[in-house]
Ligand binder design. Structure first.
Ligand code: NAP
Length: 537
């Protein structure tokens, strides 16, 4: 197939049919635009389409996570649990796709491998894996910050003869783990959900841990009929609350400082947060916990005590306590009985700092101590976050320059919406945007991007790109916002470190950490002043 003819060419191409791509399609249709969405998966859902691993569920309150743009949708949808499981979220996104008839503009099983901007016509041409092409004036990337999954760079990875899965490519058909010997590499948010779920049914589970993570209880439960009615009556207040917090969750940091209250007051507050559902203990903590090393040390010691209380074997408990980063300085996984899993006789924790993995063998995993034999291997080894999905596509600007090369040190963006030197390319949730409760961030970014597109259409403008001085200002501001955070001093996907990817061993600032409220003020001010930071033709 060749490029579409002018008669059926879309005005805009969106890459990705997850939460962002779906909403962007709805908004651009409202402008009367012809839109085509290309999606690598066989259906909608993005993250929730791919991540079908056992135990996958929200860490965000379900009722703060769904789309907010349609009152009818909010009223007709019943979230079954306060923190919905992946099948329910995927069911929800299917419902949205059907309700708004989204699939008619979507092409599935269509992975975009390249995008090239033509300077003369100011159009993007995209190329799919099978060589087919399409073109449009506007290209919108809705790739998801966590879609480029990474396998561990361990020798012999293809040698294992049994089934082996990355959690982000968990099969659609059920995987029977009952009574099996299972090995899992990784102890991030994904692994924690997987481990606490499968430990109940496997014969034997061996967890290979490189870096332990702090984790706190999720406290999920079903939503009662009474709660359902209350939630539906409160959506305006719920979303207004999310607009007022730094992370767009319902939780906001406490105005007190951990270092200024009495030990009794401090511990009582932490006990309360530990007993409450959701991210309160992370983003609703004392305001100095994530910025002041002394406050963080107090919280860290308290959280370590909790692990020691929950894990019976003191040696195992010590292994599960992170020593190289303080509480909350990486994205905090929420758990449901995770630490107690290590009290089960069928679960073994292997600290691979003590006994490093030498290779994957046909039978399992060989460490410096012994060979562990498995029926099934699970790689919960994470993602090349935020820029990874861009790096995996050959995106080229007007002079043929590649985005991957342009971002080799650090991404250069304006408001995280556009990359410097890449006209007519709008990014939803690209680097340098505020990130927290993701659908809330997505709706705001998509609405803003739609406003920019509307401005162009109303004024007959064909081409937009960020001005160099504005990019420079934004880059400086992004770095300033990240500078004081303890989080910025720790290796994680959020700081762009992934040791499975060549060259990704240096920390970078990949988000906007000045808070969602400040971010909103910035982008709204740019729009209100007529987009002076952008150059139009
Ligand atoms: P992750 O946090 O990056 O964890 C990957 C794990 O694999 C880490 O423990 C890592 O160890 C380990 N690992 C990677 N390569 C390895 C290797 N070669 N050898 C040994 N260990 C290796 O990834 P994730 O758990 O998939 O989570 C990513 C993000 O997805 C989360 O932070 C969260 O934002 C999101 N998520 C959300 C939910 C939810 O909402 N409920 C659930 C799951 C995930 P090191 O730490 O030493 O690198």
């Amino acid at each position: 197939m060749t490029a579409t003819t002018s008669a059926d060419a879309p005005d805009a191409i969106i890459i990705g049919a997850g939460i962002a791509g779906m909403y962007q399609l709805i908004r651009l249709r409202e402008l009367g635009m012809r839109v085509r969405v290309y999606e690598a998966g066989s259906d909608v859902g993005g993250t929730w389409y791919w991540n079908r691993y056992p135990g996958a569920r929200f860490d965000s309150e379900s009722w703060s996570y769904g789309y907010s743009f349609s009152a009818e949708l909010l009223q007709e949808w019943n979230w079954p649990e306060h923190f919905a499981a992946q099948p329910d979220t995927l069911r929800y996104l299917n419902h949205v796709a059907a309700k708004f008839d989204l699939r008619r503009d979507m092409r599935f099983n269509s992975r975009v491998t390249a995008a090239q901007f033509d300077d003369a016509s100011s159009r993007w041409t995209i190329t799919l894996e099978d060589g087919a092409q399409d073109s449009a004036t506007l290209l919108i990337t809705a790739l998801g910050p966590l879609s480029a999954y990474t396998l561990p760079n361990i020798p012999g990875r293809d040698d294992f003869v049994g089934p082996a899965f990355h959690t982000a490519r968990w099969p659609r058909e059920p995987v029977d783990l009952k009574g099996k010997r299972v090995g899992i590499i990784g102890t991030g948010a994904t692994a924690i959900q997987t481990i606490q779920t499968i430990a109940k049914e496997v014969g034997h589970l061996t967890v290979f841990q490189r870096t332990p993570n702090w984790a706190a209880p999720l406290h999920n439960r079903a939503i009662t009929a009474e709660e359902q009615a209350k939630i539906k009556a409160s959506y305006p207040e719920i979303f207004e609350r999310c607009r007022q917090t730094d992370t767009c969750f319902i939780h906001q940091s406490d105005p007190r400082k951990a270092t200024e209250v009495s030990p009794e007051e401090r511990e009582a507050f932490w006990e309360r947060l530990y007993a409450e559902p959701g991210f309160g203990i992370w983003v609703g903590n004392f305001r100095d916990v994530l910025v002041d090393p002394a406050a963080n040390a107090l919280m860290t010691e308290w959280a370590a005590k909790k692990i020691r209380q929950r894990v019976k074997d003191p040696a195992v408990a010590e292994k599960l306590i992170p020593k190289n980063h303080g509480f909350g300085t990486r994205r905090l996984p929420l758990e449901s009985g995770y630490f107690e899993v290590y009290n089960q006789p069928n679960v073994e924790l292997v600290d691979i700092n003590e006994t490093p993995i030498e290779r994957i063998t046909p039978k399992g995993i060989r460490t410096t101590a012994c060979e562990h034999e498995f029926d099934v291997l699970i790689y919960a080894t994470g993602f090349d976050g935020v820029t990874g999905p861009y790096d995996r596509m050959d995106i080229r600007g007007p002079g043929g320059q590649s985005l991957k090369d342009a971002w080799v040190g650090t991404p250069r963006t304006l408001l995280g919406m556009m990359a410097e030197g890449f006209p007519n390319l709008l990014m939803v949730l690209g680097p340098h945007t505020a990130r927290g409760n993701i659908p809330r961030n997505i709706e705001e970014i998509v609405d803003w991007a739609t406003g920019l597109v509307r401005h162009m259409r109303v004024n007959g403008l064909k081409r937009v790109e960020p001005r160099a001085a504005a990019v420079e200002d934004w880059a400086r501001h992004v770095e300033e916002a990240a500078a004081g955070l303890l989080f910025s001093q720790v290796n994680s996907w959020q700081t762009g470190v992934n040791r499975n990817v060549e060259g990704r061993d240096v920390r970078r600032t990949l988000g906007y950490y000045g808070g969602a409220v400040r971010y909103r003020h910035k982008v709204e001010a740019v729009a209100a002043a007529g987009y002076q930071e952008f150059a139009f033709r």
